[in-house]
Design a protein around this ligand. Structure first.
Ligand SMILES: O=C(O)CCC(=O)C(=O)O
Ligand SMILES: [Fe+2]
Length: 335
């Protein structure tokens, strides 16, 4: 467990000096990040009221009749925004048993011009449910709020491995491509595989995940076995994403993880927030004391890791949403 409030100048009730607290935090972060690559984050300052505003709107959305949810289907969005019905998303070559609403930083569409990278398609408007107007407010507030928490956490994590905390600030300057998913796992799927979402790594720097009390999230250890990530009230589960693996040449590894479907008809809800840089950010190698001994990033031909963030993100979305890709992006590649 990592307590981000130890980075505050005057932590509540702290008996020790703030610099001792910060050292303690950084040592804990270094251990967690170089071990399994995930941890539970507390002391982040996000209140139960803020969380309830988001989860209340999320549950109201999933309670809508399917026709209302499908009226904002991502099959209508070349930007991979909107609702994906259960079974349409694919991970690790197999169908996921979950439905979800994909949301991101709101900017006007920017279709790529001739010779420009295809990843500009990822920028564009969201689709919002007219019957749950509070969802837009809550989701956009959540993106803002978690971007602030993530920025602080990334700074501490970089400092923890001896790097300049501000090394990647330029990559986030302007319009970072922040993403949010509201996810429901509707119990076990008909194929009996238990794949809520298949094993994958997230595409950006770090992911802050809010999960309910049901459980089912698992992270993969280096020996290939999976470890349950127990629900912890008030904590975010933090995963390291592919860009951190690229940035540190494999010193930090992106966390492979999956969700096992809840049993029977039990539902599970989760909200992953993806802290991503600008689409056109190129992730330069991080300068840090261990960089010369880094083992190299994972070389998996089925999942190449790209240092240009937009390319890495489009790789993932195109793979996960083959029907959106077929409809809008099946022409000659522009990158
Ligand atoms: O629902 C979860 O707990 C994890 C979701 C996830 O890994 C993802 O959407 O990338
Ligand atoms: Fe994930």
């Amino acid at each position: 467990m990592i307590d981000l409030s130890l980075a505050d100048d005057f932590p509540d009730g702290s008996p020790t000096s703030s610099s001792e607290n910060r050292e303690h935090l950084r040592a804990a972060l270094r251990d967690a990040a170089t071990d399994v690559g995930f941890f539970q984050l507390v002391g982040h300052g996000v209140t139960p009221g803020e969380t309830a505003a988001l989860t209340g709107a999320m549950r109201a959305f999933f309670a809508l009749p399917e026709a209302d949810r499908l009226s904002i289907s991502n099959l209508n969005s070349p930007h991979f925004r909107g609702y994906t019905r259960t079974g349409d998303e694919h991970t690790a070559g197999a169908r996921d048993w979950r439905d979800q609403l994909d949301i991101g930083t709101e900017l006007p569409a920017r279709p790529p011009g001739p010779g420009e990278p295809a990843y500009w398609w990822l920028q564009g408007p969201n689709q919002w449910p007219v019957k749950v107007p509070e969802l837009r407010t809550a989701a956009l507030a959540w993106i803002d709020r978690l971007a602030g928490v993530s920025a602080r956490l990334l700074h501490e994590l970089l400092a923890a491995i001896g790097a300049d905390p501000a090394f990647y600030d330029d990559a986030f300057a302007g319009h970072p491509h922040l993403r949010l998913k509201l996810v429901r796992y509707p119990g076990s799927g008909p194929d009996g595989t238990g794949q809520g979402v298949g094993t994958h790594k997230d595409y950006g720097f770090i992911t802050l995940l809010l999960q309910d009390t049901v459980g089912g999230l698992q992270v993969q250890r280096p020996d290939g076995t999976f470890l349950d990530v127990p629900p912890m009230a008030g904590a975010f589960v933090v995963n390291l994403g592919e860009l951190l693996e690229v940035a540190t040449d494999g010193y930090l590894k992106a966390t492979s993880h999956r969700v096992v479907s809840p049993p029977g008809a039990r539902e599970r809800y989760s909200v992953p927030f993806f802290y991503n840089p600008r689409l056109d950010a190129h992730i330069d190698p991080l300068e840090f004391p261990h960089s010369h001994h880094a083992p190299g990033a994972t070389d998996d031909p089925s999942n190449p890791l790209y240092a240009e963030f937009g390319r890495n993100e489009l790789k993932g979305y195109a793979r996960a949403h083959p029907e959106v890709t077929r409809r809008f992006h099946a022409g000659p590649p522009t990158q």
